[in-house]
Write a protein that binds this ligand. Structure first.
Ligand code: FAD
Ligand code: EPU
Length: 283
């Protein structure tokens, strides 16, 4: 036994939607503990900001990166950095993205400010290539360390087929750490871009939610399509299609996963265009 902390916990408290039953949560803080955790069926949990977890929880163990795998070293690597270009030390997959984005702004390091306001962890945001029209995670990645069932791999973005909301990394491969590729920029310029990206969020609901339900199908946004189908404000149980933005489902308090699933089904039924889910449904 490698000493990972293991606890039976309600997963709702790890999610921004606030829904989800119990599972065995493995808090792993090094590669040895991670390998032990990955020896049985598992799921990897990041910031829980894209998850709809069943009220019965999940049967697999749920891995959460902690300790050194949730720490960041933003010191420029002297061998890989040059001119205005910076490559940082390792940033753990368990590092909260909002704090990282703020820290980079203060240091005057640009490339990830477009992801401001995304309440993810670095690993989850990389796995999804989370972003906005002002920038995405892959704008600032130099190297990725990924734990796979066949062992640890170190890759670069060029090795992956990444795109809109997609890193190309297979499900259940775990982004353990990354090195960031950044650009020295005046802190006030980075801040100005963050403010711009933040302004685009003004119309998003402030309640408990896992963000946008569907990916934008190209051309017209999913939010507008759901809106035009007349579904804003539709309620099932304690889940609601947000009146502010139709691609957000919010928890009014005490929502169940079944409530959210019912709304997702209704949207798919009523919107004429096939929509690809952005949420991850567990199980
Ligand atoms: P989780 O929700 O915990 O997990 C999501 C998926 O990532 C799961 O499949 C999980 O297994 C996997 N995963 C988690 N950690 C790792 C890891 N270390 N290695 C490999 N896989 C992992 N998204 C955007 O793209 N743009 C936005 O503007 C945006 N705005 C949002 C606003 C709000 C208020 C909320 C609640 C969400 C928003 N989202 C947005 C959605 C969400 O933040 C992203 O999808 C994000 O990438 C999820 O990361 P997470 O760490 O929370 O992952
Ligand atoms: N719109 C409507 N009705 C609605 C919602 C939107 O008509 O109910 C219209 C808006 O008026 C606007 C257009 O649709 O003309 C686009 O809307 P918005 O600017 O809100 O952007 P979005 O495409 O809906 C995307 C991302 C968000 C990201 C914002 C801001 C996707 C699926 N969504 O939203 O990401 O925060 O841009 O950059 O790509 C997420 O992925 O979880 C997420 C929140």
């Amino acid at each position: 036994k490698t000493g990972a902390r293991v606890e039976l916990l309600p997963l709702a408290r790890f999610t921004t939607l606030g829904v989800g039953g119990e599972a065995e949560v493995w808090f792993v803080s090094n590669h040895e503990q991670l390998a032990e955790a990955m020896a049985q069926p598992y799921r990897i949990l990041g910031g829980g900001s894209n998850l709809v977890i069943a009220d019965a929880g999940v049967p697999e163990r749920v891995i959460r990166l902690s300790g050194p795998l949730a720490e960041r070293d933003l010191t420029p690597d002297p061998e890989l950095s040059g001119g205005d270009g910076i490559v940082t030390g390792w940033v753990g997959g368990g590092v909260p993205l909002p704090g990282l984005v703020r820290a980079l702004q203060k240091l005057g390091y640009s490339n990830l400010e477009g992801t401001v306001g995304i309440p993810a962890q670095v690993g989850g945001a990389v796995w999804m290539n989370a972003g906005t029209r002002y920038g995405e995670m892959f704008d600032g990645l130099h190297t990725l360390e990924i734990a796979t069932p066949d062992g640890l791999k170190v890759v670069t973005p060029d090795d992956l087929r990444w795109g809109y909301r997609d890193s190309g990394i297979p499900r259940n491969h775990i982004v353990t750490r990354v090195r960031l590729k950044l650009q020295r920029t005046a802190p006030e310029d980075v801040l100005a871009r963050m403010t711009l990206a933040d302004t685009a969020r003004k119309g998003q609901p402030k309640m408990k939610t896992p963000g946008c339900a569907f990916k934008n199908p190209g051309g017209v946004g999913a939010g507008r399509l759901i809106d035009e189908a007349g579904l804003k404000g539709t309620r099932v149980g304690n889940a609601l299609i947000a009146p502010e933005h139709a691609n957000f489902i919010v928890n009014l308090g005490g929502a169940t996963a079944a409530d959210v699933h019912a709304l997702l089904d209704l949207i798919r039924e009523r919107v004429g265009v096939p929509l690809e889910l952005e949420y991850e449904l567990w199980p």
